[in-house]
Design a protein around this ligand. Sequence first.
Ligand SMILES: [Zn+2]
Length: 92
Amino acid sequence: MTAAEFEALVTMQDGRCAICKCELPLDIDHDHDTDEVRGLLCRDCNRGIKLLGDTVEGIRVALDYLLAPPGSGLSPRPGRGRKAGASESPGR
Ligand SMILES: [Zn+2]
């Protein structure tokens, strides 16, 4: 990637991370198999996709999990998800 291409990409992305749109310092994200540049990401988003396997399939599995979580319908985690003033009976 040339300096001119980098600047064109920054302009194309309006100086923001391609995923979360933050304006933190951006890293050049690339496909680790082909070395092709994919875009500019903040460090957190770049790390996030790497942790999910850096593949469409890995991210699809995570998306499927979020769309249909296996724990859906269970009680909230203790100390979380309660409305202010609501009381909780132990029930255990
Ligand atoms: Zn980001």
